[in-house]
Write a protein that binds this ligand. Structure first.
Ligand code: F0G
Length: 434
């Protein structure tokens, strides 16, 4: 098996060694991806092997990422891999959310069950493994909160120093708290995500720090396994649609690459369509997908949304994501703050719950079924990207009618659940509950 870094630009396709520290193609500036020649071809044998590994206690086999290592064969040794038992996330039936979304049936692939509570862990175990292989001692990222929480956890577990850069005042406390507790050097920069990414890229080069944003191709490799595990859980029957939120578009890139490669390896008979959902105030990819000229993305200079995880105006992976949406026959939708908030409450009422960005999926599904793009009987899986407890402040404010959208509009607590203050008096409480 030969693993290389390959330029994603179709006119370039330059190739570089897998151990070069590169984030963009030195020749044309394009994004890079891991490319392999000599895939394992016996799909049946692989499926059997992956099932058998579930019964093995070895940490590598218990990991929902490394169990599928034949799909991400960029390492030459697994001795130094650090796993926190990432992946292994459930596929949950959600009838109430299905009805809300206009579907007969809806399944959630809940990445919030990961060790640090988001899908970033799937990619981070791979990014950190590559950092160790390259002999790096410090790793860095800019983040809307989840990447930094995940990077802090994995870097500290691996004995590397995590340095995180976050937009000051614009990430949830749950995520910031994780980074502090996991021991990251935390720099709160007075700029937005897109501006800080440019800053961190320059600093990483200057200081020899390894960059672990999703521009890092090894993060994308790890996130591919979300799709591999999903297909394994469905006995390799692909759904019609995979719905996911779009921010920096790393996940869209990873899912599309995974689907293409699984087709090539003969693991699945056909590809699902990707439906990417953005928040209205941070929707440059929606604009791109719906414009006549798709040669360049026009950044949103002041991205806004209460779903802070996807508050990104200049998504770095848009060329890959556009390719994946197109080649899967997919769509891009956008949803309002009110739609996200109400969809989120509905996911909560399923007993499942998620953070705001994840709820963009159900809000998007509701819009896409109403428009007839997704049909009621379609087989749909939505990926919930982050855990409910990532942003408790948002939840409390929604349920108590105190949530305000960035433009100043009040979010209606359509499914609000206001807590009651009661006296210590059994008769009055009994009367209240009668
Ligand atoms: N959902 C959640 C919960 C996220 O944290 C993110 C991204 C996304 C969706 C969007 O995924 O960027 O791959 O399109 N969070 C990043 C971060 C940007 O820094 O944690 P994407």
């Amino acid at each position: 098996m030969l693993a290389e870094l390959v330029c994603f630009e179709s006119q370039c396709r330059a190739r570089y060694g897998i151990t070069e520290v590169l984030y963009n193609c030195p020749r044309c500036g394009g994004l890079l991806e891991a490319g392999y020649s000599g895939w394992e071809r016996d799909a049946g044998a692989l499926k059997k092997l992956w099932r058998e590994r579930r019964l093995n206690n070895a940490p590598l086999d218990q990991s929902g990422v490394w169990r599928y290592r034949e799909c991400i064969p960029f390492l030459d040794s697994y001795d130094r891999v650090v796993s926190l038992r990432e992946g292994n996330t459930p596929l949950l039936d959600a009838p109430r959310a299905a009805a809300y979304g206009g579907l007969d049936r809806l399944l959630f692939k809940h990445q919030g069950f990961n060790p640090s509570g988001s899908f970033k862990d799937n990619g981070m175990t791979c990014g950190v493994a590559q950092a160790l292989r390259l002999g790096m001692t410090r790793v860095a990222c800019v983040s809307t909160g989840n990447t930094s929480a995940s990077m802090a956890a994995y870097a500290s577990a691996a004995g590397l120093q995590p340095i995180i850069f976050i937009p000051h005042g614009n990430i949830s406390y749950g995520k910031l708290a994780q980074a502090l507790e996991y021991g990251a050097r935390t720099l709160q920069v007075e700029a937005n995500f897109d501006q800080i990414l440019a800053l961190v890229r320059a600093l990483a080069e200057r200081l020899g720090i390894y960059l672990l944003n999703s521009i890092n191709p090894f993060r994308i490799e790890g996130q591919k396994t979300i799709m591999v595990e999903l297909m394994d859980q469905r006995d390799w029957n692909p759904p019609d649609w995979i719905v996911l939120p779009g921010g920096n578009l790393g996940n869209t890139s990873a899912f599309g690459k995974a689907l293409r490669e699984m087709l090539e390896m003969g693991l699945i008979p056909r590809s699902p369509r990707l439906a990417v959902v953005q928040a209205e105030g941070s929707a440059p990819f929606y604009d791109l997908a719906h414009s006549a000229d798709q040669s360049a993305l026009r950044p949103v200079t002041k991205p806004e949304t209460l779903a802070t995880a996807i508050r990104i105006g200049d998504p770095i992976s848009w060329p890959k994501a556009l390719h994946e949406v197109r080649s899967s026959g997919g769509v891009v939708e956008k949803v309002s703050e009110q739609e996200i908030a109400d969809a989120k409450a509905q996911i909560g009422l399923c007993g499942i719950g998620c953070e705001p960005a994840s709820a963009a999926t159900l809000a998007g599904i509701r819009k896409l079924t109403a428009a007839g793009v997704i049909r009621r009987g379609d087989d749909v899986v939505a990926v919930l990207t982050g855990n409910l407890l990532k942003d408790p402040d948002y939840i409390y404010r929604y349920h108590t009618g105190e949530l305000t959208a960035p433009g100043g509009d009040k979010i209606q607590p359509t499914y609000g659940n206001h807590p009651l203050v009661v006296p210590n008096d059994p008769d009055r409480i009994a009367a209240l509950l009668a």
